[in-house]
Design a protein around this ligand. Structure first.
Ligand SMILES: Cc1ncc(COP(=O)(O)O)c(C=O)c1O
Length: 348
């Protein structure tokens, strides 16, 4: 009954097998092996254009170094006020980029367009005392299990363009968003104005595989140096490559995300059927429910694992004193039986 996060799941057997296979023999280090090159080509195939790719060890590193690549002195990067880059990365994006993350509100994890325009308007390019706009970062899927529609991504990108700054996407759950929208990687990113992507695979079946994917060659110029200076250039990067190779093979990554999303669909249906209240609609692998504290406490006591989540700003007042907000995350490893067990524990 492990619903805390998708990174509590293990590694998919095909990915583990490819990792073991990569352990045989010798290969060139620091990104120069055949496996590394194969995977760089795979990324270009997946995104339908030439891309620059930099492997890193964590999602936090991907976000921080991507934002370091758009660094401007006195820069402000606009992000949703409850985004991972602001709330859960210990200031790493600010530290590595030397810029500040500027919060913008919005319902259910999505930056509100008008509020973004207003916030960026307060940071014009000549505001020496205040600081200047330097980028926009959006999370897809969002921290709240929702997704930006393709048109919403385009609209946010246009606001960024009107201020002459690039757009970064935190794709820790990129695959879950992609299959939820039933679209292509190209359509969800560069065709909609995204310049840089943190491409996460760890949460969706890999052991440890994250990458910065750069669509804008001007921004890629410094990334190799940023990666090395931040101690993220792995000598045995072929083991990260081996994970990505298996991840992309025969569309495994999409199948795993579809499964995780389907498990979340099932959980939503079962919670609703049991008269439990969903906090807001989600379409990926995260489900949020408002539960009586007594119900959550009993379920936790019976071995259900999930987090009680801070109530986001847009939901203030909707969670009563005797209630709690529970977050359930499904993964490639979640089974029907796990959902059954969770429901039993909640109903108990
Ligand atoms: C939306 C989002 N971005 C980034 C990360 C960062 O990942 P990591 O814990 O690997 O640094 C997470 C992890 O939970 C996340 O949920």
């Amino acid at each position: 009954m492990f619903f805390q996060s998708d990174n509590w799941a293990g590694v998919h057997p095909s990915i583990a097998a490819n990792l073991s296979k990569a352990g045989e023999g010798f290969a060139a280090a620091y990104g120069n092996s055949d496996a590394d090159r194969t995977v760089l080509d795979l990324f270009s195939e997946v995104f339908e254009r030439d891309v620059s790719v930099y492997f890193v060890g964590t999602g936090t590193a991907a976000n921080s170094l991507a934002l370091a690549a758009i660094q401007r002195p006195g820069g402000a990067v606009f992000s949703h006020c409850e985004a991972h880059v602001i709330e859960d990365e210990c200031g790493a994006p600010d530290f590595f980029s030397g810029m500040r993350m500027a919060p913008v509100a919005g319902r259910a994890g999505r930056i509100e367009l008008d509020l973004l325009s207003k916030a960026m308007g307060a940071y014009p390019q000549d505001a020496v005392h205040h600081g200047r706009s330097a980028g926009v970062t959006i999370t897809q899927a969002t921290e709240m299990g929702t997704v930006y529609s393709l048109d919403q991504i385009s609209a946010l990108s246009e606001v960024a363009r009107s201020h002459n700054v690039p757009v970064h996407m935190d794709g820790a759950r990129f695959a879950n968003a992609l299959v939820s929208l039933d679209t292509s990687p190209a359509e969800m990113t560069w065709r909609r104005g995204v310049d840089l992507l943190s491409f996460g695979a760890t949460k969706n079946g890999c052991w440890c595989a994250e990458a910065i994917v750069c669509f804008n060659q001007d921004l890629a110029a410094d990334l190799a140096f940023i990666q090395k200076r931040s101690a993220q250039l792995f000598s045995k990067s072929r083991f990260v490559a081996a994970q990505f190779e298996a991840y992309f093979a025969d569309g495994l990554w999409l199948a795993l995300a579809r499964h995780a999303n389907r498990m979340a669909d099932q959980l939503r249906e079962r919670l609703t059927a049991a008269d439990m209240r969903l906090a807001w609609p989600t379409t990926t692998n995260e489900v949020f429910a408002i539960l009586p504290k007594r119900v959550a406490g009993t379920a936790l006591g019976r071995g259900a694992h999930f987090y009680e989540w801070p109530v986001p700003s847009f939901l203030q007042g909707e969670v009563a004193e005797k209630e709690t907000l529970a977050r359930f995350v499904t993964s490639f490893a979640t089974t029907d039986a796990h959902v059954d067990e969770l429901l039993e524990a909640l109903k108990a």
